[in-house]
Design a protein around this ligand. Structure first.
Ligand code: FAD
Ligand code: NAI
Length: 459
């Protein structure tokens, strides 16, 4: 089987490895650096800077009360950026190494379909690649909203914000989604005055409201202004800075002055350059339409990851890549796409898997909720992060775990337990019967399970 993969992000490169493992002859085409959005301008660089901002806050605020004297604590942003770049470089070269190790041929350049089985690659030279099947994994790019002034100097997208040479004094974040909240907190913790403008009644609307409340409180405590149900009218240049003109739902106008503006209002599939129209590949709002096998309306062409829309996360892109390849190669594929953890790498960390309480309510389910505050969890107290919680939504009759939501230290790691529990159709009794180590933040999940029956032990 000759397989061509367009795009070397977490969707494409993982698909390439799985295909090589199953015996396919794989060519991967990438026009930029290997690793895609995730490694180069997404998951990894944001988390590297978030980690640095967290470290700075810990040394500045927590060291002293732990008996550690750290004097003249200040930021060298150039070094911080270099460290971020070094982490990215190491991971990108790791992916390049993996391609070699698996005998995957990497072709550098931009791919465009000529026919269903032939792709033209334009790079330093132009080549044509013919194969039995093609998987498109071309990812996504930031959405642009036609706000007047969106193209002014100083208005950036997430990629631009990762490349700042200096920490801005003030930042206006347009869009209170995942990128907006992570970036807002990161810059606030580095000393920037941050305002978030969100058009909906809440930020992070995909999370459980109790979890969102925790981060909103933390951000407000840190003096980040969050303007909800607020529309951006336009952005204008003012002397030495920018002004965002907004209006709330009553139409009351406000001006936000900021040195930089971050536009993060979602991402759209990157499908325009692929020549999809040449083959008549069906799309909807740039999304490539696929069936349950990731097959497009053209028999030998498949698509996975951000370019098909859906949940735009790296782990989803990789899982879809594996699943598509296994289906193409005729191998049983059993990935559970119903159970996708979602993590926000703020302080406290936030995580979620399964149904939120609102979703359970809207679906008319008969459910119970167990919540345990981390103020009563020893490990959280030691870490100095007690504002969070663990929350479990369970089916009232069977006790089956339907949703797990966390805010607190290690929440992005612990959510794997919730994902496995839901995948294995575990009940709150299973969680209660599983001994959790002490002291650990994980105990709060077990306590939340007890709390479903009103029997939390340390509360
Ligand atoms: P991409 O990673 O976008 O890769 C697509 C690749 O295809 C790119 O390298 C591109 O250059 C290449 N390509 C496109 N067109 C062509 C062409 N015609 N020819 C050749 N090559 C082409 N997700 C998480 O799960 N966790 C996070 O913490 C997280 N943080 C994020 C932070 C930010 C700031 C951003 C922007 C995103 C974040 N994401 C996160 C989302 C995550 O990065 C994406 O969901 C993921 O990268 C999608 O993988 P993909 O392989 O589908 O596409
Ligand atoms: P998003 O969809 O998460 O949030 C966009 C927000 O902007 C929404 O709340 C929306 O209501 C708001 N918005 C849209 N237009 C607006 C306007 N004109 N004015 C004010 N607000 C407006 O998209 P985001 O944050 O850009 O992230 C893109 C993708 O990247 C997401 O799909 C996410 O999954 C992924 N990502 C994941 C991360 C993680 O897993 N930790 C981190 C960062 C990004």
């Amino acid at each position: 089987m000759k397989l061509t993969i367009i795009g070397g992000g977490p969707g494409g490169y993982i698909a390439a490895i799985r295909a090589a493992q199953l015996g396919a002859e794989v060519t991967l085409i990438e026009k930029n650096a290997m690793g895609g959005t995730c490694l180069n301008v997404g998951c990894i660089p944001t988390k590297a800077l978030l980690h640095a901002a967290d470290l700075y806050q810990q040394i500045k605020n927590d060291a002293k009360r732990n008996g550690i004297v750290a004097e003249d604590v200040h930021i060298d942003f150039e070094v911080m950026q270099k460290r971020k770049a070094a982490v990215v470089k190491q991971l990108v070269s790791g992916v390049t190494g993996l391609m070699k190790a698996y005998g995957i041929k990497v072709v550098k350049g931009a791919a465009k379909f000529k026919t269903a089985d032939t792709v033209i690659v334009t790079g330093e030279e132009t080549t044509e690649i013919t194969s039995d099947k093609v998987i498109i994994a071309s990812g996504s790019v930031p959405s642009v909203v036609p706000i007047p002034g969106h193209d002014l100097a100083g208005v950036v997208d997430s990629t631009g914000a990762l490349e700042f040479e200096e920490i801005p004094e003030s930042l206006c974040v347009i869009g209170g989604g995942v990128i907006g909240v992570e970036m807002a907190q990161m810059f606030q913790r580095l000393g920037t005055k941050v305002t978030i403008v969100e058009m909906l009644p809440d930020i992070l609307t995909n999370l459980d409201e109790d979890v969102t409340a925790v981060i909103k409180k933390a951000m407000k405590r840190a003096k980040t202004e969050i303007l909800l149900e607020t529309k951006v009218e336009c952005i204008e240049k003012s002397e030495g800075s920018l002004v965002v003109h907004v209006a709330d739902k009553e139409g009351k106008a406000q001006e936000i002055e900021a040195e930089k503006i971050l536009l993060c209002v979602g991402r759209r599939p990157a499908t325009e350059e692929l020549g999809l129209d040449i083959l008549g590949i069906a799309t909807e709002k740039n999304k490539i339409l696929v069936d349950e096998n990731y097959q497009t309306n053209i028999e030998n062409v498949y698509a996975i990851g951000d370019c098909i829309g859906g949940i735009m996360l790296a782990h989803v892109a990789s899982a879809e890549g594996i699943s598509a390849v296994e289906k193409i190669m005729g191998v049983e594929s059993d990935i559970d796409f119903e159970t996708v953890p979602s993590c926000i790498y703020t302080c406290p960390e936030l995580s979620s898997v399964g149904l939120t309480e609102k979703q359970a309510l809207h679906q008319g389910l008969d459910y119970e909720v167990g919540t345990f505050p981390l103020a009563a969890n020893g490990k959280s107290l030691i870490a100095g992060e007690t504002s969070g919680l663990a929350k479990i939504i369970a089916d009232k009759e069977s006790g089956a775990i339907l949703g797990v939501h966390m805010a607190g230290p290690g929440a992005t790691e612990l959510i794997a337990e919730g994902a496995l529990a839901i995948h294995k159709k575990a009940t709150v009794r299973d969680l209660m019967a599983t001994i959790h180590a002490h002291p650990s933040v994980g105990e709060s999940l077990q306590e939340a399970a007890h709390a479903v029956f009103g029997n939390a032990l340390n509360m």
